[in-house]
Design a protein around this ligand. Sequence first.
Ligand code: GLY
Ligand code: MN
Ligand code: MN
Length: 461
Amino acid sequence: MNTAIYQARRAELARRIGPNGIAILPTAPEQQRNRDADFLFRHDSYFFYLCGFAEPKGWLVVQGDGRSTLFCNPKDVEREIWDGIRLGPEAAPAALGVDAAFSVKDLDAQMPGLLDGRDAVWFPFAIHKGLESRVDGWLGGLRARVRYGTLTPETQRDLCGPLDEMRLVKDASEQSTMRRAAQISAGAHIRAMQLSAQMLREGKEVREYHLDAELLHEFRRHGSQYPAYGSIVAAGANACVLHYRADAGLVRDGELVLIDAGCELDGYASDITRTFPANGKFSGPQRALYELVRASQEAAVAVTKAGARFTDPHEATVKVLSQGMLDLGLLDRNKVGSLEDVIEKRAYFQFYMHRTGHWLGMDVHDCGAYTEPSEIGNKTERKDALTGETLISRPARILQSGMVLTIEPGIYVRPAPGVPEQFHHIGIRIEDDAIVTHSGCELISRGVPVDPDEIEALIRG
Ligand code: GLY
Ligand code: MN
Ligand code: MN
């Protein structure tokens, strides 16, 4: 492990919380699945970001003077026979570059001493159940000894603030891991596309789970630990259910398949969506809608660069999609009016009801403020055209090199009066992962193509 990266992150956090601050951060809890079986353990992303330690039960304490202390499971021969090797506090300083390490059993005994004399205690708010009362207990213990000269921190601060800002801009090592994750996922999408058409050609029954199995196989054989989120494999009309999961739906010749799936690699997510013809050939109406979504994605990609606002790609997408909805007759000009009216009244929402992207990183919907920190006081109020609700908005985040976001326009056509029948039940999304650069963005997920001709050729091949 490259401990220098984690040491540098802890040093940066120390700088941000000030010389007399102290940060407390547990990893994720283990979660029961049923009876005595647990869900597969996944570390907490903030915790892993700061120390690269993936075992359960860990706690990290970072002091404003730069000193860091890890609490972890102690060595235990009997438990290790059942659950696997533990690093243990004796080996932790050398392995992780922390200054000190103790058994997690010593946490309650050590924490008051670590908190004594600090002015502010930082921990993540509203994430870990029971953390606040745990901190209260340590502070209470400290206060009880005030007559012996202890000093209790007077301020509690949300540790997510500084950590979200740090995680928002990905360093070179994070970008390199994310490139590899996206490359693995792209290969998995290609395999699923090819399998679908091949099985149909062979006259086999194809189910969504066949394609899901192909994705998982490709993820794992390249060393990915698990999918970064529940894979969506949606055949035909299922694509119009935004949070559909890979299930047992029949993949029919002549229908589209929407796959939204990405692997997690060494703690980093990828998030790719492709929509393709199950048999390898787009029909006319499918292609018309596909080309529209693709054009809207291109417009979004073209405005994604350092200095642009986070909302610019969404606005570019909405413009192209809305125009296309009018041109293809999904929206009736006589009813909804001009392009400006469609955008102003959000009439496009009938077929495009989600945003065009989100931050991507350790978490698939990664942390980081979507409003520009230097402009938070600059808020405006407006009435939403669809719901009539009063909404408060603040200037959107200005993109910087090294931020990573998805660009994922879509179109979802549910049958409704006036909607041309040829488009009914078609759901299309195209999603790519973009690293913002000075002059544009690097699409790290294009190992799987988006061009419909290339997709057809790839499936036939
Ligand atoms: N797969 C989750 C998303 O696209 O946001
Ligand atoms: Mn996404
Ligand atoms: Mn996705």
